[in-house]
Design a protein around this ligand. Structure first.
Ligand SMILES: [Zn+2]
Length: 91
């Protein structure tokens, strides 16, 4: 049986776990602990929403326009236009 981290160990490593700054063996232990321990899972969930809100605060209010989506749309429009002029004539 692998030695799972204790609750206090999980709590102290939780931010590192969220930032993926831990070796996989430790991450696995914490992951399993979070699956079986409701106390730590709840804490982890709260921490995640907190960090999500923090990210929202620091993020720019409006995201950049999706340049790639616009380019894809333009490309599609060009194709349609080309098909309209160069397509085979209907019989
Ligand atoms: Zn726990």
């Amino acid at each position: 049986m692998m030695g799972l981290p204790s609750c206090s160990e999980v709590e102290s490593c939780m931010t590192d776990y969220m930032e993926r700054a831990l070796p996989w063996r430790k991450r696995m232990g914490i992951r399993i602990h979070l699956l079986i321990c409701k106390v730590c899972a709840g804490l982890y969930g709260r921490l995640r929403t907190l960090s999500g809100r923090a990210k929202d605060l620091f993020a720019p209010p409006s995201p950049e326009p999706p340049v790639e989506a616009n380019a894809a749309l333009q490309h599609a429009m060009d194709l349609i236009r080309k098909q309209g002029t160069n397509g085979p004539p209907p019989t």
